[in-house]
Structure formats: structure tokens, C-alpha cells
Design a protein around this ligand. Sequence first.
Ligand code: NAP
Length: 306
Amino acid sequence: MSVIYNRVALIGLGLIAGSMAHAMRLHGLAGEIVGTARSAETRETAAKINLCDRIVDTAAEAVQDADLVVLAVPVGAMGAVAAEIGPHLKQGATVTDVGSVKQAVIDAVGPHIPEGVDFVPGHPLAGTEHSGPLSGFASLFQNRWCLLVPTENSSADAAARLRALWEGMGANVDEMDAEHHDLVLAVTSHTPHLIAYTMVGVADDLRRVTDSEVIKYSAAGFRDFTRIAASDPTMWRDVFLTNKEATLEILGRFTEELFALQRAIRTGDGEHLFDYFTRTRAIRRGIIEAGQDTEAPDFGRSGTKE
Ligand code: NAP
């Protein structure tokens, strides 16, 4: 494949930026990759494994002459990083982000993007429960969706070029508006994570009563929850603080359905339970048919999620 951006700056060097660095290298999509992270420790680790062509100390330094700037920090940190880099962006550059929530990022970052710079927010729907500079791998985005959320500061050319980058890294790309994105992700990712966190928390409370049996006899359902609930606390705190409305909306619906199932169990309404589980089984079929998961016994989840 050919070079799409001469110089790419990665701000934050965790799972997502690290995977982008590996994938861009593998497919020859960037002339030069410059990276930076908040802590000296992360920068040193990244340098040691040669994650980028150059590692620099500050975000302001990293964006010098960059054609693409990728904000790959927790959603709650995007605004401060944008404020730092704003005055140093090259005319004609594109800024994107990979945050899991879109409207809050647009509100926080948008005001710091100067005239003559495109801002094309994005979100790759791919991840693992691991984080940090050692956790990235080149195939993370393979056959996963990346959603672009163009704003009034995104030219069609800039969005098309960014789409080409994600496609070059193996992703399928779609565009949608921020409000819709945040609602869809509340259903498919954010609320399920909250439920997993809750279930593992409940089991942890119970463990004290059952003398570690919850861990010892951990079965597939609970094990899957624990994997999701091992996700990065900072990232997920920020997701719930910034996608408040949509998450609360979906949680409201969730609790209504939960109460209905609770009542069916109490009243012995087997028909209700059977019909409900038949409907949900069909959704799983649809996900497999759409190529977003496999029939493997571990649900194909040793690799990706979100
Ligand atoms: P990560 O592995 O935890 O890496 C986060 C990076 O951000 C680190 O380099 C960290 O620097 C830096 N950082 C943390 N707090 C910061 C702050 N206050 N100011 C400046 N830099 C800060 O995270 P990730 O999983 O790559 O996630 C990055 C973004 O991608 C997040 O917005 C997340 O919502 C989004 N996302 C994540 C997933 C997923 O499943 N993980 C999937 C899609 C999108 P230090 O290492 O120096 O602390």
C-alpha cells in the first residue's frame, strides 16, 4: 500500500495508538510516525520497543509538521491535549481522535482547532481489556468497524483520506453523526460494560460469603463478564461521565426488562422466558452472520471486543 500521510503524530501511546503504529508500519501507510505520552515511563517503554520512528517529550513537539494528529488519550483528557497542540498545528493538517464517546470529544476539542485545520473525529470499534504501550498489535482493526463522525470543520477530502488510512489498516469504515454514535455505542458497548462491572462486583461481594467458590467454579458466563470488567478504569470512568444521557436511557430500558424477567421467574411464566431467550438467540446469529464474531467456544473473544 502507499503512504497516505507523510507524518503522523500519535498523542498517547496505549492500546489503540500502539496498534495504529504497528498497523501503519505493516501496511506502509505513514512516512514517519512520531509519538508522545504523558509519562516518561510510557515514552521510555515505547522507545525501547521501537513503537514509533521518533518519541518526543510533549504533544506540542509531536504535532510539529504532522499531516495527521491522532488523539489517543482517555476521553476526559482530550480537551486539555487539544488546547496544548492547537497553536502548533500545521496548516492543512487533519486532527482525529479515537475516543469511545463522540459528542463530548467534539465539544472539548472543536474550539481548539484553528482555521485551516480539519477535525475529523473517529472511533475504531476494536479493543481488548489490555492497555499501555506494550498491548498494541497490528491486526487489532482487521475486519472491525471504524466510525467517522465528520463535523462542520471536516472537509470531504480530509474525511476521505482518513477513511483510506483506516481501510489500509484493515477496518471497514462508516460515517454517522455524534448523537447517533453515542446512542448506538451506549447499547452495544457502554451499558454492557456497566452491567459486567456490576455482575463482577456482586460476585465479589458473594465470594466473601461462599469462600472463593465463585472464582474456583467460575463458568463461561461469569468468566466473560470478568474479562470485560478488567477493562481500564480511567477509560471507562470517562465514558460514563461523558455519555451520560444515552447510557442512562439504555440503562432505564434495561432495568424495565430485567424487572419483567424477574417477575416471569417469580410467577413461573416459562413461556415469557422461553420467548425472550429465543429472540435474543437470533441476535447472536445475526452478529455471527455479519462476521463480527465466531462460533469458537470462547466466542472468539481471546482477541477483540468493544
Ligand atoms: P491506554 O492503553 O490506557 O492508553 C492511554 C494513553 O493516554 C496513555 O499513553 C496515557 O499516558 C495517556 N493518558 C492517560 N491519561 C492522560 C491524561 N490525563 N493526559 C494525557 N495523556 C493521558 O488507552 P487506549 O485503550 O489506547 O484508549 C485510548 C482512547 O481510545 C480512549 O479515548 C478510549 O476511549 C478509546 N478507545 C479504547 C478502546 C479499548 O477497548 N481500549 C477501543 C476504542 C477506543 P501514560 O501511559 O503516560 O499514562
